[in-house]
Design a protein around this ligand. Structure first.
Ligand SMILES: Nc1ncnc2c1ncn2[C@@H]1O[C@H](COP(=O)(O)OP(=O)(O)O)[C@@H](O)[C@H]1O
Ligand SMILES: [Mg+2]
Length: 259
């Protein structure tokens, strides 16, 4: 598990609109890469290109390469469904299937992949995934209750359990804690720190303290103005980005002198 992704000259379009231009970066395995920048600069758009979710929007397309361990995810012979299995995603709003039980929520992705699993195997997978998401102890006595019976923070960890149940290589998280209270936010941050031993993690966050706390590397995206494409301005070790960034634009943004 855990792979690196080499992004090369990536342009991302919605129809004729170039939303993100010319991104080149290496996302390291077993580490957390944070993407920061002002709203609308293309962080979510870029993130969704890493598991080919972008192209599910009509007219949306990508130019360039995203190479995961030697394989260009955008090569003609690559099946996007396989890419999404290897590169899981967690969204801003926890989105468990509300009427499905906690256990069935964990298994939902696996079932979607048409993998047939024995009952005992399913039970083990549910336990392993919930343990992996730091949720097992809180829910082990109520696995048959609906996913919607959990708190927001628990629901988000349930979604992480669902994502890791399919054994992905990479986990993409788009502002995974921004809808949560501070305690649940810390629980998610702790969990990310544990998961990075096994996964490549890319997180979008508008919270710079969070990026500084959890990530190893940080990429700063910016736009010159509305209607202009977003660019990756600077990408470096998180310590460096927050203490002595090279670009003035980064400095202005992290010190709050932006906009
Ligand atoms: N589904 C979509 N169709 C057309 N344009 C979109 C869509 N989603 C986002 N955009 C545009 O792409 C740009 C980048 O948006 P987004 O990736 O959501 O930025 P961020 O996540 O950094 O706030 C914005 O101009 C936004 O309006
Ligand atoms: Mg976004």
């Amino acid at each position: 598990m855990s792979k690196r992704i080499d992004v090369k000259d990536l342009n991302v379009y919605y129809g004729d609109f170039l939303a993100v231009e010319g991104v080149t970066m290496t996302i390291e395995p077993r580490s957390i890469t944070a993407l920061i920048g002002p709203s609308g600069c293309g962080k979510s758009t870029f993130l969704r290109t890493l598991n080919r979710m972008h192209e599910v929007i009509p007219g949306a397309r990508v130019e360039g390469e995203a190479i995961m361990d030697g394989q260009n995810l955008y090569a003609d012979d690559v099946d996007p469904v396989q890419v999404r299995r290897q590169v899981g995603m967690v969204f801003q709003r926890p989105n468990p299937f509300p009427t499905m039980s906690i256990a069935e929520n964990v298994l939902a992705g696996v079932r979607l992949n048409n993998r047939r699993i024995k009952k005992s195997e399913a039970e083990d997978l549910v336990e392993d995934s919930l343990r992996g998401a730091n949720l097992w102890n809180e829910v082990k006595d109520r696995l048959a209750r609906p996913g919607s019976s959990l708190s927001g923070g628990q629901q988000q960890r349930l979604c992480i359990a669902r994502a890791i149940a399919v054994r992905p290589e990479v986990l993409l998280m788009d502002e995974p804690a921004s809808a949560l209270d501070p305690i649940s936010t810390l629980a998610i941050e702790d969990l990310m720190a544990e998961l990075k031993d096994d996964y490549t993690i890319v997180i979008v966050t508008h919270n710079m303290q969070q990026a500084a706390r959890v990530s190893d590397k940080t990429g700063f995206f910016n736009i010159a103005g509305t209607g202009k494409p977003g660019h990756l301005i600077e990408y470096d070790a998180t310590d460096k980005m927050f203490s002595s960034p090279t670009m003035k634009e980064t400095e202005d943004y992290i010190s709050g002198r932006f906009g």
